[in-house]
Design a protein around this ligand. Structure first.
Ligand SMILES: Cc1ncc(COP(=O)(O)O)c(C=O)c1O
Length: 421
């Protein structure tokens, strides 16, 4: 419920003026709306905005390529040969990991495949994978393809725990209960940190502990969690995780993904993997006869040369995250999303995202009949949101660049839409 006075534009503007992180908005390029003014961009959960420094970072690599050709791999202040490694530490800070536990490589679904190839090792009865619904389509395809490839039956070996009838999000107790009930059958528990459809932020530490207590490997898809909520993957004991960098991490469309492998697996030579030269100690990469000895930690899962041009904008973006830090960013996110949720509370709109700020990130998912019409109304009002069939509109006030005034304006447009129905 909005506090008295909260629903005025003046109040929103006052909040923006008082906000110490408000200046960070200037670090990003905002798309232009139909009026010629900056759009109200609330689609950072899909594609984050371009940091102003991204272009210079990209141009610096293009210049190096032009000046140095192949020598750019070594003769630069930050040589291409170890550019991906140089980003591990800042990425590790975002997900609460040791640098050795993080690698920056490929893209998300490919990284999920690499992790499944290594860590989904069904034996005998212990062969099933437990997931939560709604499950992102690409994850479903990846998981079922691994089941099928090992001669298992996706129809019975993929255990899907969904919301109870009449509810929108999965209860933690139901996930824990299912993990306990199927403990002897589970090879893998594979969950999403923040759900793409509902915006629910799962209790990663507790669910990881439950999965591991059941004897399963526990993996997380953090596409909607990385750069959105505070994570402590190492301390929470997560086995493996993968995420993309084009959402809250603002790395650019199709930017390079990342993975986490807990240090407890780092030196386990028994873990099978799909190997390539980029995954061995760089000093031995060119050894023509040498065996495959994986580099320490997550780096050992890198197989091939990363795209230097795609890494450049990520480096620019990670520098901003390092300046702000996840605790301050999350604090602003909780305040901003809470403010928007308060305004929406007063409207006849169903918000399916949990109301508890600790159980959600920046995204609010709104359920409408005729959601496409709502989206069109918002677009005409200069709002970029997104639509998930059949009835969801997702909006995400990203704490690095969205404002209270934008949240207020969104609520006004939705109020007008509801009144016209
Ligand atoms: C939750 C989730 N998993 C997986 C993917 C697939 O990512 P990619 O296309 O980078 O493999 C996405 C993409 O948006 C996603 O949101």
């Amino acid at each position: 419920m909005a506090e008295p006075g909260q629903s005025s534009e003046a109040d929103a503007l006052a909040r923006d003026r008082a906000d110490p992180l408000a200046p960070y908005r200037e670090r990003f390029l905002l798309p232009v709306g139909p009026s010629g003014e900056p759009a109200i961009y609330l689609a950072g959960q899909s594609l984050g905005l371009q940091p102003r420094t991204a272009r210079a970072a990209l141009e610096a690599e293009l210049d190096a390529w032009a000046r140095l050709g192949v020598d750019g791999w070594w003769n630069l202040a930050r040589p291409w040969f170890t550019l991906d490694d140089s980003l591990r530490q800042p990425m590790a800070r975002i997900v609460g990991a040791r640098a050795s536990e993080v690698a920056i490589l490929n893209s998300l679904t490919v990284n999920i495949h690499l992790l499944l190839a290594s860590f989904f090792r069904p034996t005998g009865r212990r062969r099933r994978i437990l997931v939560a619904a709604p499950l992102f389509p690409s994850d479903r395809h990846a998981l079922t393809s691994h089941l099928a490839q090992r001669g298992l039956n996706p129809a019975s070996d993929l255990l899907i725990v969904g919301p109870r009838s009449g509810e929108q999000t999965v209860r933690r107790d139901d996930l824990e209960g299912a993990i306990r009930e199927h403990a002897a059958d589970l090879a893998l528990v594979f969950l999403d940190g923040v759900n793409f459809a509902t915006g629910q932020f799962h209790e990663i530490e507790r669910l990881t502990a439950a999965g591991r207590a059941a004897g399963a490997i526990v993996g997380w898809d953090l596409a909607h969690a990385a750069g959105n909520v505070e994570l402590s993957l190492h301390d929470w004991g997560v086995d493996v995780a993968a995420w993309c960098t084009y959402k809250y991490l603002n790395g650019g469309p199709g930017s390079v993904g990342a993975m986490f492998v807990h240090d407890r697996h780092a030196r386990d030579a028994s873990v099978p993997r799909f190997a390539g030269w980029w995954g061995i100690d760089p000093d031995h990469r060119f050894d023509p006869e040498g065996p495959f000895v994986p580099d320490h930690g997550a780096a050992g899962w890198k197989a091939s040369t990363p795209s230097v041009l795609a890494l450049a904008p990520i480096a620019a973006s990670l520098a901003i995250f390092d300046e702000v830090g996840m605790p301050a960013l999350r604090a602003r996110s909780v305040a901003l999303t809470g403010y928007l949720a308060g305004l929406l509370d007063d409207l006849p709109i169903e918000v399916i995202t949990p109301t508890d700020p600790q159980a959600r990130g920046a995204q609010l998912s709104l359920r409408f009949e005729g959601a496409e019409r709502v989206l069109a109304t918002l677009a005409a009002g200069g709002v970029v949101a997104d639509y998930r069939a059949p009835d969801l509109v997702r909006v995400a006030p990203a704490p690095l660049y969205n404002t209270y005034r934008e949240a207020w304006r969104l609520a006004e447009l939705l109020r007008e839409f509801a009144a016209a129905q």
